[in-house]
Ligand binder design. Structure first.
Ligand code: NAD
Length: 216
């Protein structure tokens, strides 16, 4: 696969290059400009919301699928991602780890049983992370179907810890996901890109990518 990378000079950019080592990087974009040696078959974006207009422009210019993991996107930007999905395959997720996707599915299924329990979410990330709460905390909160309070810690080099707590007068139940390395997100993005290059135009979640793999 020929792929392009937005945020190529960032931490996740480095992880993506490693995870995509079997593929050809033919387009990069970062604050210092772009490199271009071929037409990408998929564009991967792990950058910052400021790069978003360039990402959309590049996806349209190459008419190629987009895998976007950038967090902190506005509602308008997310709406634009969906519009792009009318023309090409787009996979968007605030978290490309398999375990977080499974946690989301569990919460959607079981959160109604905790309707009369308190529910809160805590997330910890490295001290360079710009947005808070994390996109993953938002995704998990949506899966509970409740507007539960969310707490953010920014410390050291933590790749991403998320815990959803449920408590009543006599019990506490906590569900925790811990990413041990950023590489898990890059490996998830690779699965998403491999899916997207042969998928019909549409807006896809990472859950749909994983479910498709299970069906095969
Ligand atoms: P980073 O700060 O190390 O890298 C961001 C890169 O984007 C930098 O190289 C920066 O120069 C570049 N950039 C910023 N503004 C730009 C612009 N206007 N045009 C072009 N490039 C621009 O951050 P990171 O740790 O690599 O994370 C990148 C993004 O990925 C963040 O939004 C983070 O929250 C997200 N992330 C998502 C997942 C997921 O699974 N969805 C996992 C980890 C990180």
């Amino acid at each position: 696969m020929r792929y392009g990378l937005v945020g190529a000079a960032g931490r996740m950019g480095g992880e993506i290059r490693k995870a995509f080592a079997a593929h050809d990087l033919v387009f990069t974009l970062d604050v210092d400009g772009e490199t271009h040696t071929g037409t990408p078959q998929a564009l991967v974006d792990f950058s910052l919301p400021a790069a978003f207009p360039s990402t959309i422009a590049a996806a349209r210019r190459f008419a190629c699928p987009l895998v976007i993991g950038t967090t902190g996107l506005s509602a308008e930007q997310l709406a634009e991602v969906r519009i792009l999905g009318e023309q090409t395959a787009v996979v968007q997720s605030f978290n490309f780890a398999t375990g977080v996707t499974l946690l989301k599915m569990m919460l959607r299924e079981f959160a109604p049983f905790f309707a009369d329990w308190d529910a809160e979410i805590s997330e910890t990330h490295h001290n360079k992370k710009k947005d808070a709460p994390s996109g993953t905390a938002i995704l998990l909160r949506e899966a509970t179907g409740r507007d539960c309070p969310t707490h953010s810690l920014r410390m050291g080099g933590v790749p991403g810890d998320h815990t959803v707590f449920f408590a009543n007068e006599g019990e506490v139940l906590s569900l925790t996901h811990r990413a041990l390395s950023r590489s898990v997100f890059a490996l998830g993005a690779l699965k998403a890109a491999e899916f997207a290059v042969s998928a019909a135009p549409g807006f896809y979640t990472f859950e749909e990518v994983l479910s498709c793999g299970l069906k095969r």
